[in-house]
Design a protein around this ligand. Structure first.
Ligand SMILES: *[C@@H]1O[C@H](CO)[C@@H](O)[C@H](O)[C@H]1NC(C)=O
Ligand SMILES: *[C@@H]1O[C@H](CO)[C@@H](O)[C@H](O)[C@H]1NC(C)=O
Ligand SMILES: *[C@@H]1O[C@H](CO)[C@@H](O)[C@H](O)[C@H]1NC(C)=O
Ligand SMILES: *[C@@H]1O[C@H](CO)[C@@H](O)[C@H](O)[C@H]1NC(C)=O
Ligand SMILES: *[C@@H]1O[C@H](CO)[C@@H](O)[C@H](O)[C@H]1NC(C)=O
Ligand SMILES: *[C@@H]1O[C@H](CO)[C@@H](O)[C@H](O)[C@H]1NC(C)=O
Ligand SMILES: *[C@@H]1O[C@H](CO)[C@@H](O)[C@H](O)[C@H]1NC(C)=O
Ligand SMILES: [Zn+2]
Length: 316
């Protein structure tokens, strides 16, 4: 009961739709497809941790980790969650093109640290269900984020946020990070899928099942290196193959879109598969602990036995 009550409070924000980060499309695809690939055991486990009023719908908590950060989606609670802001990404020096955890993830405060932390916490028998739930809701989000290449971006331009310019024929400026979060995907959905997310799920599903599972499906470091590689080889090249930067406004359109939409979809498919692999593994490795009631009951019984013994020795 306490757990459900608490999750209503922390989740209030998640009901409002927003336009930040991988965005609703990217996060929904990863959560939805991952949920469809779970073992029975993992499926049961995930459903038991998703807040009860969402009927086990993992997609509905996929952008919770973003929603808690902003006043318009979490009006009163957002100051309490600012510590989690740096857990959505890794910043490397510009054009380092590699990841060095001692340089880029000090004290584990980065997306890799968060993936490790919450993978442990999700099944830690010493934590309660509210903490398991928090861990699950962070994991569903961060596994997706880490597959967005610019979540392993350059410190100097805030992962592409400060590289601004114009996309397609839009008259308002955008930035590179936002294009990779949602700008390119929005075009894809409206052009080729009639803005029907269900039909897009089906498409990315076919990509996902055609990818060969590898040992790196379990290796957070490998996911990071892949994103970093895409950033250095593709993301910053404009349509004339010049390198974009924060001091010049870009103008990008169809050529940039055609060149990059395929890699975005590969990343979504990989993220989806790997999230299901992670949840399947966690569910299988979960220690079988008695539920809180069982623990409570057994403690009560112990207490009663103790009292009887004490009482008996007192009376005799
Ligand atoms: C699950 O949640 C998503 C996001 O809130 C929503 O769009 C979708 O309709 C829900 N699915 C079901 C089966 O309720
Ligand atoms: C692990 O998660 C807990 C709970 O959210 C948090 O308080 C702690 O700072 C995290 N540790 C690291 C190293 O990220
Ligand atoms: C942009 O505008 C030009 C000229 O009006 C038009 O030919 C082109 O199709 C537009 N491109 C997009 C992506 O809407
Ligand atoms: C969206 O796509 C799905 C799957 O292709 C289809 O079943 C559904 O009817 C479509 N919805 C709309 C509103 O066209
Ligand atoms: C940019 O590089 C790509 C890949 O090397 C090449 O296919 C393309 O023709 C180049 N574009 C221009 C304008 O040079
Ligand atoms: C930024 O890009 C422009 C155009 O490619 C180039 O002329 C300029 O030297 C670059 N500036 C920096 C600081 O790299
Ligand atoms: C880039 O575009 C913004 C917004 O339109 C404008 O204010 C700024 O002066 C432009 N910067 C450059 C270097 O052209
Ligand atoms: Zn995020």
């Amino acid at each position: 009961m306490f757990s459900s009550f608490f999750s209503i409070i922390i989740l209030c924000g998640a009901i409002v739709q927003d336009v930040y980060s991988w965005g609703v499309i990217g996060h929904s695809v990863v959560a939805h497809l991952a949920q469809s690939q779970l073992t029975d055991e993992a499926s049961h486990w995930v459903k038991s941790l998703v807040p009860w009023y969402l009927s086990g719908n993992l997609t509905a908590v996929a952008i919770w980790a973003d929603d808690i950060l902003y006043p318009d989606t979490n009006s009163f609670g957002y100051p309490n969650w600012q510590w989690s802001r740096p857990l959505h990404y890794i910043n490397t020096p510009a054009w380092a093109c590699n990841y060095d955890s001692s340089r880029d993830c000090i004290n584990g405060v980065c997306i890799e640290g968060a993936l490790k932390n919450y993978s442990k916490r999700a099944i830690d028998a010493n934590l309660d269900d509210v903490q398991h739930q928090e861990a699950l809701m962070f994991l569903v989000h961060y596994v997706a984020d880490i597959h967005q290449p610019l979540h392993v971006g350059f410190q100097e331009d805030n992962g592409g946020n400060r590289v601004r310019g114009y996309f397609m024929n839009e008259t308002y400026p955008t930035n590179l990070h936002s294009l990779w979060d949602s700008g390119l995907l929005n075009i894809r959905l409206s052009r080729d899928f009639g803005s029907n997310i269900t039909s897009y799920y089906e498409y990315v599903h076919t990509l996902m099942i055609s990818q060969t599972p590898t040992t790196s499906d379990d290796d957070f470091n490998q996911w990071i290196r892949e994103s970093s590689k895409v950033v250095c080889q593709q993301v910053y090249l404009d349509e004339t193959n010049m390198t974009m930067n924060a001091s010049v406004n870009f103008t990008l359109g169809d050529i940039y879109y055609e060149r990059n939409i395929g890699i975005i979809e590969q990343r979504l498919a990989q993220g989806s598969r790997r999230l299901s692999v992670l949840f399947n593994r966690l569910a299988a490795n979960r220690p079988m602990v008695p539920s809180r009631c069982e623990k409570l009951c057994s403690n009560m019984i112990k207490l009663i036995v103790l009292m009887c013994i004490t009482l008996k020795s007192f009376l005799s």
